[in-house]
Structures are given as structure tokens and as C-alpha cells.
Design a protein around this ligand. Structure first.
Ligand SMILES: Cc1cc2nc3c(=O)[nH]c(=O)nc-3n(C[C@H](O)[C@H](O)[C@H](O)COP(=O)(O)OP(=O)(O)OC[C@H]3O[C@@H](n4cnc5c(N)ncnc54)[C@H](O)[C@@H]3O)c2cc1C
Length: 475
């Protein structure tokens, strides 16, 4: 087995959504050469391991890479996302990244792609098929596009014990069911748990045969308010104005969530249960109505042990009938991560710099790398917006997001870049409002007029957060 020496400007480790969005902008805005390394055989990262019925949960029109449209420019006409911007399926997302790699990146002659290769550190990697090793002389930077460590059910290890005779599958295997089960137990209250429940209901499973194990209830976002096309202005921007008013006027944290809920900004599945989780998942009204048909929702904390006819929890146990199918939805897609400086000497570590927007963040980091002079200036424009986990993280990530938005708004050329970047979503929608359109201008005034009080009061509310809440456990 040989040892090859390679030379490049940028070595990008990871061809998931973030690595792809980063390379795309670097390719457009510099004349750099780039080597991309990934352990998968195809680009798209975790989308290679996704369940067959996965879709995006944000509209396709602002996901993917900046240069290449993912959406077909239409709304869904059928299904539970009816009337809203289309959500690409996992297969569409994978095909899209494949197409971007083959027809844009590799076609440019400036990108070399090494799939099925493991990065070993120190600019070295090895082929997982041939064993050959590569040592790269990197002129500019090594880019870590693996730091978010997205976890999905088919590849993660559950954090509870499972007896050998338990019928336990990741939700990926649901479409392989050949005969009915007496009960379906869905483990996990996040986005994948929601998807598994909806898939079962869509496939004629009686809601009373579903047991939904919900260690923590989640605050969810109304997907109607995440639409970035003009026809949804009064949903998306009005929701942002209502959010700012809630932040400005809330007397305490409970009151803030009450206001956000009554304004339609946040939604919960059961209005009688206080959510402890916030991961930024979106939901449509039709999906919500479906989920509320499931009455057997178990709130006994996390599962500790599954045996054939019994589930042990942190707070109690429940027996289950023979022929129960347990469906694992307990992987937490985006983990909490320790923020690192994005730009640090020879290394760029891709992280989120806008609230739960990984691809936008990676694209903007590439633009900042291309356009700005030194790491101090670059890091000032790239403050981390952590991934939220607990409900109260809503406050801290919203504050971090607003701080970045304010910093970017002071830079005219950056504002122009945001306006023209398709991953940005909303800058264009807001900037394009005609001065004569008094109804839309009024909404904008409500939004902008409340920013000082909103930010001030949010900072005050954050100072009242207790350390116990900040350190609460992950699901
Ligand atoms: C079901 C689901 C739906 C989602 N929907 C949305 C959505 O609608 N909108 C949105 O913005 N986000 C969404 N996300 C989140 C978002 O897609 C992911 O967070 C984002 O794709 C993360 O991409 P990534 O590139 O950071 O990570 P990954 O996809 O995990 O990619 C990292 C890559 O690095 C490679 N790698 C790791 N270590 C090494 C190594 N040592 N050597 C070589 N290669 C290595 C891996 O093989 C992998 O390909 C969703 C996530 C999930 C799970």
C-alpha cells in the first residue's frame, strides 16, 4: 500500500450538507483548489443513512448549496404539508448533492473528491477500500465539516439496554413490516418520533395501537411561519413581529412562552404539558391534528431497559403485549456542541452562526473566509449560535442569533450578499417591500420597532435562568 503526497489550498473533511455548502461558495468566490474527503461513498453525509420516508422539515427553497436550486418552485398539493413550500425527500436531497458534486464541483477542475476515505488528523487520510494513505500539503486551511456530528437512528447506539428477544428496529426499517403487530412503541419525542408516528398513521395503523414514549415534550415551530416566498409574508414576517413583541413585553420566562404560544410562534402537541425540549423542528397544522389522535403518550422519563414484555423507565415501568414492535427514534440529530472559534490558524471549524441553519451558516462562513482579511475580523462576523436542546435554550439561541444579525446589518456589502444568497431565506422578502405597501410596512414597523425592548428584555430574562435548567439532561 502506497503513500501519496497531495497538494491543495483547502482540505475539507466531510461532504455532508455543511461541507458541500462551504465548498460551493469557496468555488464561486475564490480561485482556490479544494480536496474533499469523506468516509461515505457519496456526498450528503447523514442523508446517506436516512429513513426511506424522511423529508426536509424546512422548505426546499432555502436548503442545499447557494448556487443550485433544490426546490422545483412549487407548493405541496397533497399530503400533510399541503399548501406549503415543498419538502424535498431524502432521496431527492441525496440525488441533489450527488448532482452538485459531479456536475458543478468536479466539473470545475478545481475540486478533487476522495469518498470512502477516513481522515486521520494532521492532513492525512486513508482509503477504507485500498488502504492507501494520503498526506496533503495544505496551503491555506483545513476545514472540519464534521464537528456537528449529526446522529441518526440507523447509525447511533441507543442509550438504554435492549434484551435479545425484543423486536427493536430503527424507524428506517418500518417499511419492511410484513404483518401487523399488536402494538407499536415509538421511542422518542423529537422530529424522528413525529415522523414515525405520522408514517404509522398514514399506513392505517389504529392510533390506539401506538404507544408514544415521550421523555420530554417539545416546543415546535409552525411550518407556515418558515415559508420564505412573498405570498407567505403575513405568516412569516408577522410571526417574527409577534415574537419580538412577546420578547419585549414578557414579565418572566413562563409568560414569554405563553405569549409565544398565543401568538402562534411556538406550538406544543399537548397543551396540558409543559415542554422541556426545543430542537427547532417544524410542524404543519395537518401533522399536528394527526399526532393528537395518539392518546397513549407515556411520560415516565427516559427508557432504561427494554425486555420482551416490559419497558423500564427512569420513573416506572409498563408491560407490553406479545408481538410488540419497538421503533427507535431516540437519536438526537444535532447534538449540543462546545463552541470553538470558527477561524483558528490553519483550521476552520464549521458551526452554526444562524439559528438551526447549518447550510446557510456554512455558506456564509465560506464567504467570510473569501472576503475578509484576518481571523479576528472573521470570527467577529461568525459568532456561534449553539444548537438548542432544552426549552429555555430558546432564549439564549434567539439572543445569539439577533446579535449576529445586528453585526451583519452594519456591513453593507454583507447585507448585499445576504440579499442575493438563496439560503438566506428572508432578507429578500423584507428588503423588497414597496414603500407604498402600507400593510406590509406596518408589519415591518412592528418588528423593527420592538427590537430594542425585545433584545433588552430577553437579556434580562436570560439573567434569571437557573444553572439547573441550563444543565438539564439531553433526551
Ligand atoms: C432527519 C433530518 C432532517 C433534517 N432536516 C433539516 C432541514 O429541513 N433543514 C435544515 O437546515 N437541517 C435539517 N437537518 C439537519 C441538517 O441536515 C444537518 O444537521 C446537516 O445536514 C449537518 O450536516 P453536516 O454536514 O454537518 O453533517 P453530516 O451530514 O453528519 O456530514 C458529516 C460528514 O463527515 C464525514 N466524516 C466524519 N468524520 C470523518 C472522518 N474522520 N473522515 C472522513 N469523513 C468523516 C461523514 O462521513 C459525513 O459524511 C435535518 C437532519 C435530520 C437528521
Amino acid at each position: 500500500m502506497g503513500n501519496q503526497k497531495l497538494k491543495t489550498d483547502y482540505l475539507v473533511v466531510g461532504s455532508g450538507a455543511m461541507g458541500m455548502a462551504f465548498v460551493d461558495v469557496l468555488l464561486s468566490e475564490t480561485d482556490a483548489n479544494i480536496i474533499i474527503v469523506d468516509m461515505h461513498h457519496k456526498p450528503g453525509g447523514h442523508w446517506n443513512n436516512a429513513y426511506p420516508f424522511v423529508t426536509l422539515h424546512q422548505p426546499s427553497n432555502f436548503y442545499g448549496v447557494s448556487s443550485t436550486e433544490l426546490s422545483k418552485g412549487c407548493k405541496d398539493e397533497v399530503g400533510l404539508n399541503k399548501g406549503l413550500g415543498e419538502l424535498a425527500s431524502g432521496a431527492e436531497v441525496s440525488a441533489y448533492f450527488d448532482n452538485v458534486m459531479n456536475h458543478k464541483f468536479l466539473n470545475s477542475g478545481r475540486v478533487s473528491y476522495y469518498p470512502m476515505c477516513e481522515y486521520l488528523g494532521d492532513n492525512k487520510f486513508t482509503s477504507m477500500t485500498s488502504g492507501e494513505t494520503f498526506e496533503v500539503n495544505v496551503d491555506k486551511r483545513t476545514v472540519d465539516a464534521t464537528y456537528l456530528k449529526t446522529s441518526v437512528p440507523s447509525t447511533h447506539t441507543p442509550n438504554f439496554l435492549i434484551a435479545n428477544d425484543v423486536n427493536f428496529i430503527p424507524l428506517n426499517n418500518l417499511p419492511t413490516i410484513q404483518a401487523p403487530h399488536s402494538q407499536y412503541v415509538v421511542i422518542g419525542g423529537g422530529k424522528t418520533g413525529i415522523d414515525a408516528c405520522i408514517w404509522l398513521l398514514d399506513n392505517q395503523v389504529d392510533p390506539d395501537k401506538i404507544m408514544w414514549i415521550m421523555p420530554r415534550d417539545a416546543w415546535l415551530l409552525d411550518r407556515r411561519n418558515t415559508q420564505s416566498t412573498e405570498e407567505f409574508f403575513f405568516d412569516s414576517i408577522e410571526a417574527q413581529a409577534a415574537q419580538m413583541e412577546a420578547m419585549a413585553n414578557a414579565s418572566d420566562i413562563d409568560n414569554l412562552f405563553e405569549r409565544l404560544e398565543s401568538a402562534g410562534v411556538l406550538i406544543r402537541i399537548d397543551k396540558n404539558v409543559k415542554p422541556e425540549m426545543y430542537h427547532g423542528a417544524t410542524i404543519s397544522e395537518l401533522e399536528l391534528a394527526q399526532l393528537r389522535r395518539i392518546k397513549n403518550v407515556v411520560r415516565k422519563g427516559r427508557v432504561t431497559h427494554l425486555s420482551k414484555n416490559n419497558i423500564a423507565f427512569e420513573k416506572g415501568e409498563i408491560s407490553t403485549p406479545d408481538n410488540t414492535l419497538f421503533v427507535d427514534c431516540s437519536a438526537s440529530a444535532i447534538r449540543e456542541f462546545k463552541p470553538l472559534p470558527v477561524f483558528d490558524g490553519n483550521v476552520i471549524t464549521l458551526q452554526m452562526i444562524r439559528i438551526i441553519q447549518p447550510v446557510f451558516s456554512a455558506a456564509l462562513i465560506a464567504h467570510i473566509e473569501a472576503e475578509y482579511q484576518n481571523d479576528e475580523q472573521k470570527n467577529a462576523l461568525s459568532q456561534i449560535v449553539p444548537a438548542p436542546n432544552n426549552a429555555n435554550d430558546w432564549l439564549t439561541v434567539t439572543a445569539a442569533n439577533m446579535r449576529n444579525q445586528y453585526i451583519w446589518s452594519q456591513d453593507k456589502s454583507l447585507l448585499k450578499w445576504l440579499y442575493f444568497n438563496r439560503l438566506d431565506g428572508f432578507s429578500k422578502m423584507v428588503t423588497d417591500i414597496s414603500k407604498e405597501d402600507s400593510a406590509k410596512q406596518a408589519v415591518l414597523q412592528r418588528l423593527r420597532g420592538n427590537i430594542p425592548e425585545g433584545m433588552g428584555n430577553l437579556t434580562r430574562l436570560i439573567s434569571t435562568l437557573t444553572p439547573t435548567v441550563k444543565a438539564a439532561k439531553k433526551e
